[in-house]
Design a protein around this ligand. Structure first.
Ligand code: SAH
Length: 397
């Protein structure tokens, strides 16, 4: 296995006029924590510093003239032992030009793009001929974060089905991974119950960086209280340049609130918001504040993670708060296991709902002042929020 350059980049300032650009770069590349090497100005100094970072296999960002870079690189390459090049990027001292020089297939493209972003200059991808020719490093793979929808196969997007069919590695929480099956022989299942989301995201990137075709599975939509944010955060924190070469895609799915809303009618027909009642990752005071503001703004509110064994009192408190702002007759929808065989959808009201009716497999939709119920053919009710606002209330509020 060839050693890939994975270290933190070195910023080599080979021209005093490049110091300010180096500082901008250091601030802009925080996730990569680059070191700034002392200014090297004589050709001998430049060559020595370049040799050090090259020998340590650390990517080098060179701030100086292209000529001085080529002169310093030449002796290093002449004695190269045939191992793959370490990424070297040339940046003009004024920060206006970013040119990948060495290390195609080793992360130089991704590094150059990050540098151009940090300096706020345009960057046109260039493909080095060495990318495929040397065969030294496997091409980076693909990582797709997919949303299965609520569970029913017909509510899964065809693009998600196709991605699953082509995947080599399937990463996710056991319950969801099971929902995504059946799998064919040869597909690897990495269902990591006891791993936290960030670990799962990093595992997925690691596999994809090795060239695997990976999916990370979420229920509903991956961007709604699910894995997509963790995966992008893992990339944001990545020190491994190979992760930036992974072909990353987020494939949407139908979220629980959408299914519950569709079953009940059209409660999300006007402005609404989506809140998670879980205070595992944010303080309860923040949740109360958001609930109160959403109630004051007369938004329809969809509550995810409304209740669990570990969080038994939160929903009761949230309902109490909402009752201070909204009428007891406000329609409320409880959607449990929607889009799954055990689906139950109940239309009730803010005055009548009891926390015991709700568990962690339920999504709760609370109407606005305009949300209404009308009788349904089967004896139940259609709940909807009209798409207009009364002129007078629009003017006075
Ligand atoms: N990404 C998911 C949400 C994950 S958060 C989505 O977009 O649907 C987990 C919460 O989602 C649960 O506590 C519950 O409130 C809600 N949820 C997920 N699937 C559900 C389903 N099939 N029926 C009802 N609620 C569901």
């Amino acid at each position: 296995m060839t050693a890939l350059a994975e270290g933190r980049p070195v910023l080599l300032v080979a021209d005093a006029s490049g110091r300010e650009t180096a500082e901008r770069l250091r601030a802009g590349l925080q996730g990569l924590s680059p070191d700034v090497a002392a200014t090297a100005q004589t050709p001998a100094e430049i060559a020595e510093r370049l040799r050090e970072s090259y020998a340590a296999r650390r990517p080098c960002v060179f701030l100086g003239s292209m000529e001085s870079l080529v002169l310093a690189l030449a002796p290093l390459l002449a004695v190269s032992d045939g191992s793959p090049s370490v990424p070297v990027v040339a940046v003009s001292p004024d920060g206006a030009d970013v040119v990948p020089v060495l290390g195609f297939g080793q992360g130089v493209e991704a590094l150059s793009r990050r540098i151009a972003d940090a300096l706020d200059v345009g960057y046109r991808a260039r493909t080095g001929t060495g990318e495929d020719a040397d065969g030294a490093s496997p091409a980076a793979g693909r990582l797709a974060v997919i949303g299965l929808g609520p569970g029913a196969p017909e509510l899964m997007a065809p693009a998600v089905r196709a991605e699953l069919d082509q995947a080599q590695d399937i990463v996710g929480y056991t319950t969801y991974v099971r929902m995504a099956g059946p799998f064919r022989a040869g597909q690897r299942i990495l269902d990591s119950d006891n791993r936290c989301e960030m670990e799962r995201a990093r595992l997925a990137f690691e596999l994809a960086a090795q060239g695997r075709r990976v999916v990370v599975v979420s229920s509903g939509d991956p961007g709604i209280f699910a894995m997509a944010a963790a995966v992008v955060e893992a990339l944001d924190q990545a020190e491994d340049l190979r992760w930036h070469q992974v072909d990353l895609a987020i494939l949407p799915g139908i979220s629980a609130a959408q299914v519950a809303a569709a079953r009940a009618g059209a409660p999300l027909g006007h402005d609404f918001c989506v809140l998670s009642l879980s205070d595992n990752l944010k303080p309860w005071s923040q949740i109360e504040r958001r609930l109160a503001l959403a109630a004051q703004a007369d938004l329809v509110i969809a509550l995810y993670n409304p209740s669990s064994k570990a969080r038994p009192w939160q929903l009761g408190q949230a309902l109490e708060l909402l009752r201070r702002h909204r009428d007891p007759s406000t329609p409320v929808i409880l959607g449990r296991d929607v889009g799954r065989p055990a689906e139950q959808v109940l239309a009730t009201t803010l005055g009548e709902i009891r926390p015991e009716q709700v568990d962690m497999r339920t999504v709760v939709i609370i109407g606005s002042s305009l949300t209404r119920q009308i009788p349904r053919r089967d004896g139940g009710a259609w709940v909807y929020t009209p798409r207009w606002y009364p002129q007078s209330s629009a003017q006075t509020s």
